[in-house]
Design a protein around this ligand. Structure first.
Ligand SMILES: [Ca+2]
Length: 124
């Protein structure tokens, strides 16, 4: 059986996001990608530049994954959604430097996470 790594994290909130709509606001949500696969999506907070998501996830990651990426997106009812900010973290970076806040381009995004390996004691 293949070894898996579990990642627990919370996507808490965004702060002072840039406005992407002509109305002077944005409709932010987050997506999470492992390599190029979307594995999680938060709810959209409509017309809010300081959105609170407060969502928790536990992902089962293949041992061979390379990067975990967070995107803050602006949902649009017409046309393509815009990217507000993005951050990519390597497996090594997540293991070595657990952070309370990850900066996403222009956006401050408050997340916390820990990478857990079930075959070892505690977090790696
Ligand atoms: Ca929008």
């Amino acid at each position: 059986m293949a070894k898996n790594t579990s990642l627990y994290f919370r996507i808490v909130e965004g702060r002072n996001l840039p406005a992407k709509d002509v109305s002077g606001t944005s409709d932010p949500y987050c997506i999470v990608k492992v390599d190029n696969e979307v594995v999680a999506r938060t709810a959209t907070v409509w017309k809010n530049l300081n959105p609170f998501w407060g969502e928790e996830y536990t992902l089962h990651l293949p041992m061979g994954f390379h990067t975990l990426s967070f995107y803050v997106m602006d949902e649009d009812t017409i046309g393509h959604d815009d990217v507000i900010g993005k951050i990519s973290l390597s497996k090594e970076a997540i293991a070595a430097q657990p952070k309370d806040m990850w900066h996403c381009g222009d956006a401050d995004m408050l997340c916390s996470g820990s990478l857990l390996c079930p075959n070892q004691a505690g977090a790696i």
